[in-house]
Design a protein. Structure first.
Length: 254
């Protein structure tokens, strides 16, 4: 079998990019273009390990190290997010390899799995089709999970170092505010008690836009937040609304 280095690297860059997009789908996280491209390139370059050894153990070890490095690029040093990202990347890899084995059974020696590295001797159309089907599986899973957990109303409890405030929560997909510094969704709150609790705390200014206008809003990091007794990892923004409430995007419940 002849392996072309350029095809090997480009194929695995494409596959790694698809893996990252799948993780973004099921995790509801947003990564910068630079992080996604950098991580994809790492995935592509790591495929060169097949020229060093075709040992399954060696290939598996390199794959795990590569996935950890990719997770580190995407999530930083936040351990909970880091291991969550790594776990989801492993699951996507396993599902994809399963799809490749199925294609191999159907088409014969069109897909080569060397260790845990995939090399395709098939047309680009079939490669795109395989990745599209795998992505569709995750999309269906995400859609079903969303329908089971999304609610129009909920109880939102926000805890700081000094107070615990419970607000009426409103599920609104229009709240797309996202804290790119901490890579967290933002719950928009209207509460005098919370405003007083965060009065002398550090905050970030994030741009926002609504039908009534645009501007900057203060975003804080709470001790913890619960929606219907389910802990969620979010930031909070405090503003003045007509009533005391918390507006959250239902995607954070997925």
């Amino acid at each position: 079998m002849t392996i072309y280095v350029d095809v090997l690297i480009l194929t695995n860059v494409y596959i790694t990019y698809f893996f990252i997009k799948s993780v973004m789908l099921v995790s509801h996280r947003k990564y910068t273009v630079f992080k996604v491209i950098s991580a994809s390139l790492i995935g592509g370059i790591s495929s060169l390990q097949i020229f060093i050894s075709d040992s399954l153990f060696f290939s598996f070890a390199v794959k795990l190290i590569t996935l950890f490095i990719i997770s580190l690029i995407l999530s930083g040093l936040r351990l909970k997010t880091l291991f969550d990202t790594a776990g989801k990347l492993i699951l996507v890899n396993l599902l994809f390899i399963g799809m490749c084995v199925l294609i191999w059974k159907i088409l014969g020696r069109a897909v080569y799995i060397i260790g845990v590295t995939v090399y395709f001797d098939i047309s680009l159309i079939i490669l795109v089709l395989v990745t599209a089907i795998t992505y569709a599986v995750f999309w269906i899973y995400d859609y079903i999970s969303f329908r089971n957990c999304a609610k129009k109303g909920a109880s939102v409890e926000i805890k700081t170092e000094s107070v615990s405030v419970r607000l009426d929560g409103i599920s609104d997909t229009g709240n797309s505010l996202y804290d790119f510094f901490s890579q967290k969704s933002v719950i928009v709150c209207s509460s005098d008690e919370l405003e007083a609790a965060f009065k002398n705390k550090l905050y970030k200014l994030l741009p926002y836009s609504t039908v009534n206008g645009s501007g900057l809003i203060k975003v804080y990091t709470p001790k913890c937040v619960y929606i219907d007794n389910r802990q969620v990892d979010v930031s909070i923004a405090i503003t003045k609304l007509d009533e005391t409430k918390a507006i959250f995007n239902p995607n954070i419940l997925r």
